[in-house]
Design a protein around this ligand. Structure first.
Ligand code: GCU
Length: 678
């Protein structure tokens, strides 16, 4: 339950190192809820480690932790240089002649983040070194998207029910809300969209606004703003208007009045998230209006209050059966420049749907006049739910580091996706990252202990997209399990290899969307009878007697051309199988089973090899985990061991079912030395 904020009693030697430097907490005299939250956390952390919590005082004394703002007596101006509104500096220094630890920031929010950073530093190094930290966030919007329904079901949730107890709200406030806020604040997450993108009109009725306001009051001291997902046709469905046409004045007036009502209840309300004309959701297209016309109408309703609209680009047409991977680009690029200033287009990391591996979404880098927000999925819809161990840090990092214009980086700097988000690549406006949350009522919050790491790494990368998946894995492991090098090395090694293992046993070499229908757990590459052709796995792998893969080139016979949506330098790479990264080979190309891969093996043999390598990698994780039994408490060790056992069984299932199915299509024998399916 404590996540990475465990604060268990320190071993004597470490406690002896920390105690002389954590005798008291000196804080600015004018207090605020956020400052109180920072102090409360410092007391909780140090108190947990040392057995007694340091008292708050307003007098500087030796060995104190001093929360300093520019007006603090004796403060050095240089501490605050470049910290902006959210950054912090932590250092050991002298103040008024006393040796102290200073946490410096320009704002209460900076002090809150600095306090968590100070605690993280001790949790990861055992108070060995004097703290010396300085950090500012690279991206302003660091958001969780909860796909939580109002009946507490969580869409694609694998960790119990929704933590939002809508029935009890607004009067009964669960302690979980505060602990959720603490965990997020420790990472710098500063916003939460409370409800599912498949939204219900009810969320905008007075009772639910009161409930959301009660949550906002709990989250506010931790620097977290509340946002809501809204259903396009809400006023129509609530029978307040006769249409949901965005250009109808009555519709716009309703949204304006609703926004005023929301801001009266939640003065710092963040804004709206919208899924429109996507997977059956209503939207402006129903009235022959564009996404921009729809988004702008909503944006104008919240603009006077400083709110934003996050308009999702997850769209694919029901009636035009072109390659789904190209449709968002086709629909949105013509609208570049047409969105109001306070609209941000929210784009999934890849063009299909949160697969174990996808190329970057072609919209990144293709909307130079529109701010884009990254949408990652923290909950593992297509990566084994909360049963399989898959650390997503490597996957997030792979997307963020993708060079959108390889070889032609402006001024020597690569045109990475991160630079689309921080605005330095073209449109000049920094945006951020949204993560579809994996949080629920399970005692461990995320369904499995290791899935806590995916929440953690999302938050840490949203703060600094270049922080490094491995460094973050090590940091998480040290705080969550133990600082023992053996534990940190082994756990982080498991994590770093885990996502590639999943890719190998589920969707090697660029295969995608071959999961079981609806639930998306387990293999079903044979399915070909769903209502929409672009939901069928066979549509994506296109295996036949001669070959396999989806031709997305421009030149191939029947190629969909989606490779050509990338900037020319990247498109050139993807157009040719020889220069396409092998891990995306069958995403972009339909190739004969005999095609020679980089290992020298024919494609069919390579595919079989990859499936098997995935299974082997899971077995290796089991061994690594077993070796940690002496270092991990029995409860968490056993829980993880059980999950790894299921993962191994299901990896075998993936391998054997996939190979047997493709064999039934190509009629090829198993490569020499390969094991026959069990
Ligand atoms: C996926 C997912 C849906 C979700 C959708 C979305 O398709 O399976 O449950 O609603 O993404 O992102 O809107």
């Amino acid at each position: 339950y404590d996540l990475w904020l465990r604060y268990r009693a320190l071993p004597a030697a470490e406690a002896a190192r920390l105690a002389p430097h954590a005798r008291a907490i000196v804080a600015p005299a004018t207090t605020s809820p956020m400052l109180d939250a920072a102090i409360g956390e410092l007391q909780r952390g140090v108190g947990g480690w040392l057995g007694t919590a340091p008292a708050r005082t307003d007098e500087v004394r030796a060995g104190a932790i001093v929360l300093a703002m520019p007006a603090t007596r004796g403060a050095t101006a240089a501490w605050f240089d470049g910290l902006g509104q959210e950054g912090y500096r932590v250092l050991r220094t002298r103040l008024e002649g006393q040796s102290v630890t200073v946490i410096a920031a320009n704002t209460d929010r900076g002090l809150l983040y600095g306090s968590f950073a100070y605690l993280r530093g001790i949790a990861t190094d055992g108070a060995q070194k004097a703290p010396d930290l300085r950090s500012t966030p690279r991206l302003p919007l660091r958001l969780l998207n909860h796909w939580d329904d109002l009946n507490r079901h969580v869409e694609r949730g694998y960790a119990g029910a929704s933590i939002w107890h809508w029935w009890n709200l607004p009067d009964i406030l669960d302690q979980r809300y505060t602990d959720y806020a603490r965990a997020n604040a420790s990472l710098g997450i500063n916003g939460a969209v409370l409800n599912n993108v498949n939204a219900k009109p009810d969320i905008l009725t007075a009772p639910f606004i009161a409930k959301a306001a009660a949550l906002a009051n709990v989250l506010r001291p931790y620097g977290i703003k509340v946002y809501l997902s809204v259903r396009w046709s809400t006023p129509l469905e609530l029978k307040a208007t006769a249409t949901a046409d965005p250009l109808d004045p009555a519709v716009a007036a309703w949204w304006r009045a609703k926004s005023d009502e929301l801001y009266a209840a939640i003065p710092d309300f963040g804004g709206f998230l919208v899924k429109a004309n996507s997977e059956g959701q209503p939207g402006p297209h129903d009235y022959h209006r564009s996404h921009a016309e729809g988004a702008n109408m909503l944006a104008r309703a919240v603009a006077p209050h400083g709110g934003i609209v996050m308009w999702r680009a997850f769209v694919y047409s029901e009636d035009k059966p072109t390659d789904r991977a190209r449709q968002a680009f086709d629909q949105f690029t013509p609208l570049d420049g047409q969105f109001d200033k306070n609209v941000i287009v929210q784009v999934k990391n890849g063009p299909i749907d949160f697969q174990p591996r996808e190329p970057v979404h072609p919209l990144f880098g293709a909307m130079p006049r529109t701010p884009l927000l990254m949408e990652f999925q923290i909950t593992k819809e297509y990566l084994g739910f909360s049963t399989h161990l898959a650390y997503l840090g490597t996957m997030f990092e792979e997307t963020l580091r993708t060079d959108l214009r390889p070889g032609i980086g402006a001024g020597g700097q690569a045109a990475t996706v991160t630079r689309v988000l921080d605005g330095t690549l073209d449109h000049g406006q920094a945006t951020g990252m949204a993560g579809v949350a994996n949080i629920g009522t399970d005692r461990n919050w995320s369904g499995s202990h290791f899935d806590q790491a995916n929440w953690y790494v999302f938050g840490r990368l949203a703060w600094n997209p270049e922080a490094g998946a491995e460094a973050i894995a090590r940091e998480w492991a040290a705080q969550t399990f133990s600082r023992a090098p053996r534990v940190v090395d082994t756990v982080s090694a498991m994590m770093m290899a885990s996502r590639e293992a999943v890719v190998d046993y589920m969707t090697p070499l660029g295969l995608h969307h071959v999961m079981g229908t609806g639930h998306h757990h387990g293999p079903a590459p044979w399915v070909d009878n769903l209502a929409r052709p672009d939901w069928n796995p066979v549509y994506y792998h296109r295996a036949d007697k001669a070959g396999i893969g989806f031709d997305r080139t421009a030149h191939g016979k029947g190629g969909s051309g989606s490779a050509g949506q990338y900037a020319p330098a990247l498109a050139r790479l993807y157009e040719d199988p020889a220069s396409t990264p092998e891990n995306l080979l069958l995403w972009f190309h339909h190739l004969p089973w005999t095609y020679t891969t980089r290992s020298g093996r024919p494609l069919w043999d390579e595919l079989v090899h990859r499936y098997d390598a995935g299974v082997t990698a899971v077995a290796a994780m089991q061994k690594q985990w077993d070796s940690l039994a002496p270092y991990i408490d029995p409860q968490r060790h056993a829980d993880t061991a059980q999950r790894l056992k299921v993962q191994h069984r299901e990896a075998l299932w993936w391998r054997d079912a996939s190979i047997a199915y493709f064999q039934s299509i190509n009629g090829l024998p198993l490569p020499a030395g390969a094991r026959a399916p069990a």
